[in-house]
Design a protein around this ligand. Structure first.
Ligand SMILES: Nc1nc2c(ncn2[C@@H]2O[C@H](COP(=O)(O)OP(=O)(O)OP(=O)(O)O)[C@@H](O)[C@H]2O)c(=O)[nH]1
Ligand SMILES: [Mg+2]
Length: 362
């Protein structure tokens, strides 16, 4: 038995079937990542799925692990059940947009994203805010839940049920966001105060995070010129916040911050904060970053952002299911976007997908 298959078989022993989790409730929102249900046996029925959605809406965080498993189930029956769940957390069901702050944290490998999140999660928890983190694992292309690798290691108190940390598979080689990650993030906004999506990215790959999240922080480490080059070359969309990690390194960190601020200024962007943080004890600049993230959110037209995010999620979900042929049937990506833009802003993701499918049938 390879060590990987040993880990898998241990996992399968440890993981309750989803229906058991539904019946018993899940004692802690943290704990090991759970794979998707493997067959009809463990999959919730549509009414059980709707019940999960209602529990999230009532801010019962113990429903989150089973809800995430379900959203990762890409079988036709799994998708039907997922639609029933998502309908319960749509703006129509919630009576408006979910109140959580959806935050994207992205940056090159090793920049210090997970260490930063360990410190940020603690800062958010201090006043009692609940936090869910979805860490996108670019090395896992399996459509199901991925093994929690090193890169998702976020220090936290495992007995604190106000925190959920979950590793999720990337959509492809470039670490794009899987449709399951997008719907998961949206569903969790009903139950948590802060929902974070952590992705590895440089240059263009952060666009999908930008689409999904209310606020995006791009994290860079001192001495790596990538972000500066990408900004100057116009490859990178200007982030909402730029964070230079490893402030404890001293001058090299201060220079990185100055260079980035200079690059933004030369682009005529003065409102984007550039912050310097150290995540190693004693943490530095973390409270200031938390405040800057909140401040960005105050300036947003949230309903507009969220409506756009749902439409983009629906489009990517539709494209995954029906491919190029499906997109052609609705007149191409642009035409699909225009069609979505004409629909009721309160429609949830699965209702939007259904509209596209209706349009594709003609
Ligand atoms: N000196 C110093 N090192 C840090 C700091 N933050 C993180 N590191 C180190 O940088 C390395 C990468 O940190 P991670 O937090 O795993 O970085 P990441 O961006 O999540 O990495 P990936 O998930 O692999 O992309 C680790 O060795 C950390 O200990 C910091 O503030 N100061
Ligand atoms: Mg990481």
């Amino acid at each position: 038995m390879t060590s990987l298959s040993r880990v898998r078989s241990l996992r399968s022993l440890r993981e309750p079937l989803v229906s058991e989790a539904l019946r018993d409730g899940v004692s802690s929102a943290t704990g090991p990542p759970e794979g998707p249900p493997t067959g009809a046996v463990g999959r919730p029925t549509e009414s059980e799925a709707a019940a999960l959605g209602r529990r999230l809406r009532e801010r019962d965080r113990s429903a989150a692990p089973a809800a995430l498993n379900l959203l990762e189930d890409r079988t036709p029956a799994g998708r039907e059940a997922a639609a029933a769940l998502l309908a319960e957390v749509s703006p129509a069901a919630l009576g408006g947009e979910a109140g959580a702050h959806l935050v994207g944290v992205t940056g090159p490998p090793g920049a210090g994203k997970s260490s930063l999140l360990s410190a940020l999660v603690a800062a958010w928890r201090a006043p009692g805010r609940t936090v869910a983190v979805l860490a996108v694992d670019p090395s896992s292309k399996r459509s199901g839940g991925s093994l929690l690798g090193d890169r998702a290691r976020i220090e936290h108190d495992p007995s604190d049920d106000g925190i959920l940390i979950r590793s999720t598979a990337a959509a492809g080689r470039l670490g794009g966001l899987a449709a399951a990650t997008r719907t998961a993030a949206q569903a969790l906004t009903a139950a948590f105060d802060v929902v974070v999506v952590e992705t590895v990215g440089v240059g263009q790959s952060e666009t999908e995070v930008e689409e999904l999240c209310d606020t995006v922080a791009v994290v860079v480490q001192p001495g790596s010129g990538d972000t500066l080059q990408f900004l100057k070359a116009g490859i990178m969309e200007v982030p909402d916040l730029l964070v230079v990690t490893k402030a404890d390194l001293g001058e090299v960190a201060r220079r990185a911050r100055r260079d980035l601020a200079g690059a933004l200024q030369s682009l005529g962007v003065i409102e984007t904060p550039v912050l310097s943080v150290s995540s190693l004890p004693p943490p530095e600049g973390i409270d200031e970053l938390a405040a800057a993230i909140d401040e960005h959110r105050r300036g947003l037209d949230l309903p507009r952002e969220r409506t756009h995010a749902r439409r983009m999620t629906a489009l990517s979900e539709f494209a995954v299911e029906h491919g190029e042929r499906g997109l052609r049937a609705v007149g191409g990506r642009r035409a699909a976007e225009r069609r979505l833009d004409e629909l009721d802003p309160a429609l949830g993701t699965s209702a939007l997908v259904s509209e596209l499918e209706r349009a594709a049938r003609g």
